[in-house]
Design a binder for this molecule. Structure first.
Ligand SMILES: Cc1ncc(COP(=O)(O)O)c(C=O)c1O
Length: 391
């Protein structure tokens, strides 16, 4: 078993999540356990660290670097064994991050004034990416049936039929609601995009983080029938490598690829390449064990909220390590809720409304941390419940 128990202190390293402040923008005087930003409180697997040490010598001097054959093969192998997708090395365009790739896709494939659809609530940078070419953000809220989320295909189709609409930015699996879309849903999405000539940009960064009993289908399954598909992937979420800033954007169609690249030259950070290659070659067991911890943490959280906040509600987690909790029955006002959470309980999670207006009164909890630390955090919340008699 890998180590998923050690307590890390990432404050001194400048980890973003650990710079959390309370609602008055004050630093916390004591150590808090942040459950916000989507990286993990788990050490990177030893094999990846060894690969990084070796890379110091292998890649010396640290000049402009292209992808090695071994790297490209590791990406293709991972997609084959993990996602049953046969991809070609040529399809892989590297990027400093998936958010950059979303923005670049909007810049390269749309014209100012055109509409870009997003399903909300969604990971906040989607809003900016959808607007980044003086484009119009077309919000298509997910249907929410007692925290069972699904796509509102009627609204989606209406928005898609407008000739000024030219793109869909899809988050699959969907952050923050944890949905893994079914094959039937993906069939419908592709068919609407195809019928209305929309670019389909699929952010699949959470594709490896799938809960037991759930099956993920990649948009790569549809690239033979529709050539306007771009699939954004990375080892960053799966293996806790986000700071290395490397993602693989898969663009099967050569014209689409050239349009995306636009004559620019991309070089790659050799250390990020070495770490990603190693994770893809040797990381399956680590990932499996890590998702067992996420599953356990999800169970603990569910039980906790059912017991102490019985009027809260949440979707069944299918993918991602993020739990989305509706607290509207307890708080009429989100500011008041976060004063309680951040200032009184020192329970640092993400604010629901940052994911879109449908997220008002929700919180997003990151479950990728040692179980004993999650329990310690939840205990703080318990004190709050008892103190404020919120139930
Ligand atoms: C859906 C989604 N896309 C993209 C990102 C960030 O990707 P990157 O760091 O590669 O820009 C995140 C991070 O939380 C995410 O949840």
């Amino acid at each position: 078993m890998y180590d998923f128990e050690s307590r890390l202190n990432r404050k001194i390293t400048g980890a973003v999540k650990w710079q959390a402040r309370n609602t008055k923008q004050e630093e916390y005087s004591e150590d808090i356990i942040p459950l916000s930003v989507a990286d993990m409180e788990f050490k990177v697997m030893d094999e990846v660290k060894e690969a990084l040490h070796e890379a110091v010598d292998i890649y010396d001097p640290y000049g402009y670097q292209g992808c090695t054959e071994a790297y490209l093969e590791s990406v293709c192998d991972w997609m084959r064994k993990r996602h049953h997708a046969e991809i070609e090395k040529e399809w892989i365009v590297t990027s400093d991050g998936v958010v950059d790739a979303l923005k670049r896709s909007v810049e390269r494939f749309t014209n100012p004034g055109e509409g870009v659809i997003i399903f909300t609530p969604v990971y906040p940078p989607f809003f900016k990416a959808a607007a980044c070419n003086e484009t119009r953000v077309l919000e298509c809220p997910l249907l929410n049936d007692h925290e069972n989320y699904s796509i509102d295909f009627d609204t989606f189709e209406k928005l898609a039929q407008d000739p000024r609409t030219t793109m869909l930015l899809l988050c699959s699996p969907h952050n923050p609601v944890g949905r893994v879309y079914s094959r039937e849903e993906l069939n419908k999405i592709v068919s609407i995009c195809k019928k209305n000539h929309l670019w389909l940009i699929a952010d699949e960064i959470h594709h490896d983080l799938i809960l037991e009993g759930v099956s993920f289908t990649s948009m790569l399954e549809y690239v033979k029938e529709y050539n306007h598909i771009v699939v954004c992937t990375s080892a960053s979420k799966s293996f806790n490598l986000a700071g290395l800033k490397l993602s693989n954007i898969l663009i099967p169609d050569i014209d689409a690829r050239n349009q995306y690249i636009g004559g620019d030259h991309f070089s790659i950070n050799p250390f990020s390449m070495a770490a990603t290659q190693c994770a893809y070659e040797k990381g399956e067991r680590w990932l499996k064990e890590m998702m067992q911890v996420v599953k356990k943490n999800n169970e603990i959280c569910k039980q906790f909220f059912q017991e102490y906040f019985p009027k809260s509600s949440f979707p069944r987690l299918q993918g991602t390590y993020l739990m989305w909790i509706n607290m509207n029955s307890y708080y009429a006002n989100e500011d008041e809720m976060f004063e309680d959470l951040y200032d009184v309980a020192k329970f640092v999670v993400n604010r629901g409304s940052t994911f879109g207006k449908e997220g008002m009164g929700y919180m997003r909890i990151n479950l990728a941390l040692p179980t004993h630390l999650l329990e310690e955090s939840l205990n703080r919340l318990k004190q709050l419940v008892e103190k404020n008699k919120k139930i």
